[in-house]
Design a protein around this ligand. Sequence first.
Ligand SMILES: [Zn+2]
Length: 80
Amino acid sequence: MALSFEADPCAKCEEVLQPYLDRELSDAERAEAEKHLDECSYCRKRYRFEAELRRFVRQAAVEEMTPDLKAKLAALRTPL
Ligand SMILES: [Zn+2]
């Protein structure tokens, strides 16, 4: 990968966000990402948002989008 956590930690964190959630990272990469998440609230929010979004999307795939679910999704879309 072109980026490194040393050069630009937040950009690197964004780069590994999807593979992280897909559990495709190596142990070393995941450890680096988690270390950064520990100290960066901006990236932590991004990761939490993505993780929540995926959870809701999975849920929406098996059941109708209820007004309650739609409200929860809308509530997640807060500016980062
Ligand atoms: Zn960051």
